[in-house]
Design a protein around this ligand. Structure first.
Ligand code: SF4
Ligand code: MSK
Length: 635
């Protein structure tokens, strides 16, 4: 069983993997073995399929072809491959944002009765930020907001509205470099255009276009999604919850929501408490309905309602393998195509809900915001009716679950640090200035079966908090650390350095703050902007003693996030190498060295979590030194 321990450090996942083996069910880990050895050209970014004169590949040893049929060299090919991923990632987050705007527009027209404005304060302050007259009905304000945000996608000139949230100096840097995004769709289209055969052959120019596109995600599509979700669904507040496969319940109808967009899953939360459905569940022999989540849809319903999280990305198959899931309801992104095969080995019904994300032969119950609650009820009813088909003999729910606290936002950080009536970032800034806190880190991203599941996230985060660095997390990274007990206030005593411990104890927070889903990385950007605004830590985001990392990433979206972090001045370390740029020395140097001189942030590629921590700590110390901050209190 040693090989199972090498697959995941998570005991629940190990147990589910043992069950999978006993039942001859193949998971992503097995499929990875079949893929080995993976294509070396692809791993180095040296394979090009852009046109039909190819596919072409560059010999990394310098003995064979050094250019494709068209003459493109390693630099052009690797840069084009990379920035295409930025466009895809930005499109995913931003299209998510657009769907939320659509729901707001429907609400304003009276067509989305199941939704309301649940954070009136944020709604009004957003309207004021955009110069909208708030002496109108909420429907009228919502209509104007939706109009402004729809326009952000198709805007041809000018700048995205939310760029103004960044510190002045950062805005000037973007302007000077010509990377202030105009319209979201425009940046994505333009980036894709530049990568087609025979357009941009300058790897540096390709990367700059990529930086602009990535910014249109972080300070555009993702930020719109985050803000409007808070307004329509309610802003998160610190909430206790449970995490890991053990949250699935033996005698309950288990409904798992998976994907990214919370607009429907929010209704599933409501429907899971519907008296009519609860009665039906009991009539079908269950004690009740248990809703749980996977990936970022999980993070969304966790943050707003404390709904338990069944697991992160690599646990989506394992949840079904427990034999206890009646329905897995999926929306968009990170949903493995393998799910249908796995579901067909059990009684689980996989249900797709978004017209953009379907599987051949899989039941599709289309979500429409106009009849959101009805759709959610229909899907939960399917689960209840499916409970009788569960084969009790094949049920094995690993008995592992952990407590966590989630629901930290830019606004919540204001309040917990300063109090409701004197909300401020001052205590946070002062803690960094005085050396009680060394700095901040944003740790995000996925899992990847090429790495031991959860090991990189948790090892890195433990090392950072031990060194008095407050960690902000999102996505599957937050779920990984939550499973290891790092997202509870008590973790400070066990894992954090003395300075961080003192802060956590004073305000009652965990040393690792869960800020939400992947689009909520935008919360990290706005929180960092608040830190600059508060004063004492420089004038630009790149001045803050802070660093970012995506230790186990797999999605193109992670690359986009990395790029908008770097374009915002953040030193960002990527694990899961080889990063598909290493085939071009010039491009690698540009990303890991040159970028810093003009954009303030740069990339680092590293596959050892302790080494990653060292690199981040060294960077944070350099920033402390540049700001002439006091020596660390306890290190
Ligand atoms: Fe080959 Fe150039 Fe076509 Fe790429 S664009 S496939 S390198 S000919
Ligand atoms: S869900 S993008 S696997 S973090 Fe956001 Fe997790 Fe990565 Fe998907």
């Amino acid at each position: 069983m040693a090989d199972i321990q090498a697959k995941s450090i998570d005991l629940a996942s190990q147990e589910a993997l043992r069950k999978a083996r006993e039942e001859s069910i193949k998971t992503s880990w097995d499929r990875l073995e079949v893929q080995k050895p993976q294509c070396g050209f692809g791993q180095l970014g040296l394979c090009c399929t852009v046109c039909n004169m190819g596919p072409c590949r560059i010999d990394p040893f310098g003995e064979g072809a050094q250019e494709g049929v068209c003459g493109a060299n390693a630099d052009t090919i690797a840069a084009r491959n990379l920035v295409r991923k930025i466009a895809v990632g930005a499109s995913a987050h931003s299209d998510h944002g657009r769907d939320v705007v659509h729901t707001l527009a429907l609400f304003s027209e009276g067509h989305a009765h199941d939704y309301d404005i649940l954070d009136l304060e944020k709604f009004k302050s957003l309207a004021e930020e955009l110069g909208i007259d708030t002496n109108k009905s909420k429907e009228e304000i919502a209509k104007e907001l939706a109009k402004r945000f729809f326009a952000e996608f198709g805007k041809q000139e000018g700048e995205l509205l939310f760029l103004k949230r960044a510190p002045k100096k950062r805005q000037q840097i973007w302007k000077k470099l010509g990377i202030s995004p105009r319209g979201i769709d425009r940046e994505i289209v333009e980036l894709l255009h530049t990568t087609t055969m025979g357009v941009d052959n300058d790897y540096k120019n390709l990367i700059n276009t990529g930086l602009r596109c990535a910014l249109s995600d972080g300070w555009g599509g993702s930020m719109i999604a985050t803000d409007l979700q808070d307004i329509i669904l309610g802003s998160p507040q610190p909430v206790r919850g449970k995490v890991n496969l053990g949250v699935l319940k033996e005698n309950y109808v288990n409904i798992v929501v998976h994907g990214h967009e919370p607009i429907l899953s929010e209704m599933a939360v409501k429907a899971s408490q519907d008296p009519e459905l609860l009665r039906l569940a009991r009539e079908n022999g269950a004690e009740g309905i248990n809703l749980a989540g996977i990936c970022c849809t999980a993070n969304e319903v966790l943050m707003r309602h404390g709904i338990p999280v069944a697991g992160n990305f690599l646990q989506q198959e394992l949840a079904i393998i427990t034999g206890a899931v009646e329905v897995m309801m999926v929306d968009v992104q990170c949903i493995m195509p393998a799910l249908q095969n796995i579901a067909s080995c059990y009684h689980t019904k996989l249900v797709t809900t978004n017209p953009k994300a379907r599987f051949p032969g899989v039941l599709h119950v289309e979500f429409q915001p106009e009849r959101a609650y009805q759709v959610a009820k229909q899907i939960i009813r399917l689960g209840i009716e499916n409970f009788v088909n569960r084969n009790k003999e094949r049920v094995n729910i690993p008995k592992y679950e952990m407590d966590l606290v989630a629901g930290f936002t830019k606004e919540v950080i204001f309040q917990i640090l300063g109090g409701r009536y004197r909300a401020t970032y001052k205590p946070l800034n002062e803690a960094i200035i005085s050396g009680r806190l060394r700095g901040l880190a944003g740790i995000v991203g996925c899992n990847n079966p090429k790495q031991t599941h959860d090991y990189f996230h948790t090892t890195l985060v433990k090392e950072l908090i031990k060194n008095d660095i407050l960690v902000l997390q999102t996505g599957c990274s937050a779920i990984a650390c939550a499973k290891q007990g790092l997202l509870i206030p008590e973790a400070a005593k066990e894992y954090a350095g003395k300075g961080l411990q003192e802060i956590c104890e004073a305000v009652g927070i965990p040393p690792v703050l869960h800020l939400g889903s992947c689009v909520d990385n935008s919360r990290i950007l706005t929180a960092a902007s608040c830190i600059i605004q508060e004063g004492g830590l420089g004038e630009d985001l790149s001045d803050i003693p802070a660093a970012g990392a995506a230790p186990e990433w797999m999605s193109e979206k992670a690359i986009t996030i990395g790029f908008y972090f770097v374009a915002s001045g953040v030193y960002t370390v990527f694990g899961a190498s080889p990063f598909a740029v290493l085939g071009s020395k010039n491009l690698t140097n540009y990303l890991t060295k040159d970028l810093e001189s003009f954009v303030g942030g740069r990339f680092e590629f590293c596959d050892d979590p302790l080494q990653m921590a060292t690199l981040m700590i060294e960077h944070i110390d350099r920033k402390r030194k540049a700001l002439h901050l006091r020596p660390l209190m306890y290190q």
